[in-house]
Design a protein around this ligand. Structure first.
Ligand SMILES: [Zn+2]
Length: 258
């Protein structure tokens, strides 16, 4: 086979491949020599090699827009993820569309995740929109401490396939626990602000601040972890009537995770 023609054709079909991964036969399937040769291209992105500029421009574009990792929306980008893993799809090892800047943690956890047989891909930062209907919820429990638990809820507004993709993304990247830890850290830093608000304008004042934080966070998407967090807090009567002070009590959850 003319490898060059095959690769050019695969590049043109990349978006179609994402939409119908089950039917795609990788150019390198069954050919070790071609696979090795294609994987060897990846080193061309290294410092001082011919494709160093490509690598740099992908990072610079990410940094100029928003340096947050598109998979977790939290950490700084520092690695290039092969959306379609290079071992399974070596023809895309240096295709810019397949190189997505992500954080170290997501890069490690995503790894070679891609089961071609079930066709359930994660969300591609360049080609997919994360659903804007509410599926991520935070459950707040105010007891001896404030505990936060994230979960996904399937509603009629989202189709099964999309919901399964969201679930796959959260499970693969361990996002429930990750967001829970981030949420505890975020809120603990704000106890003084909640105190001032509560003592000057009571629980309605605190509820309105939390509501404003939720609306601000929703600009990043209904399912941004802070949006789900502040929506839940603004609706939690116990938290808003002084329960937030329990944030300062040692949390079994956070002890468990750290
Ligand atoms: Zn990340």
């Amino acid at each position: 086979m003319d490898a060059r023609a095959g690769i050019i054709s695969a590049y043109g079909d990349y978006e179609d491949v994402l939409r119908d991964i089950r039917r795609f036969t990788s150019l390198a399937d069954g050919s070790d020599a071609l696979t090795k040769a294609l994987l060897g291209n990846y080193a061309l992105l290294d410092r001082g090699r011919p494709l160093e500029d490509l690598r740099n421009s992908i990072f610079l574009t990410a940094l100029s827009r928003n340096s947050r990792c598109p998979l977790c929306e939290r950490a700084q980008v520092c690695a290039l993820d092969h959306f379609l893993p290079k071992n399974q799809f070596p023809e895309y090892s240096i295709l810019a569309d397949n190189l997505v800047p992500v954080c170290e943690r997501c890069n490690r956890l995503k790894g070679d995740e891609c089961d071609r047989a079930d066709g359930l891909l994660m969300f591609h930062a360049y080609f997919d929109e994360f659903p804007d209907t509410e599926v991520l919820f935070a459950e707040i429990d105010v007891d001896n401490t404030v505990s936060i638990r994230y979960s996904l809820h399937h509603t009629d507004e989202i189709d099964n396939f999309t919901f399964e993709r969201v679930t796959r993304q959260f499970d693969t990247l361990g996002l429930f626990d990750f967001y829970q830890m981030e949420a505890v850290a975020e809120l603990t830093d704000q106890v003084d602000l909640y105190d001032e608000t509560y003592y000057s304008s009571g629980d309605s004042g605190l509820r309105s601040i939390l509501g404003a934080l939720a609306r601000g966070a929703e600009r990043k998407g209904m399912n941004y972890w802070k949006a789900a967090l502040y929506r839940a807090l603004s609706r939690n009567a116990e938290f808003c009537s002084g329960g937030y002070q329990k944030l300062l009590a040692p949390s079994m959850n956070s002890l468990h995770h750290f």
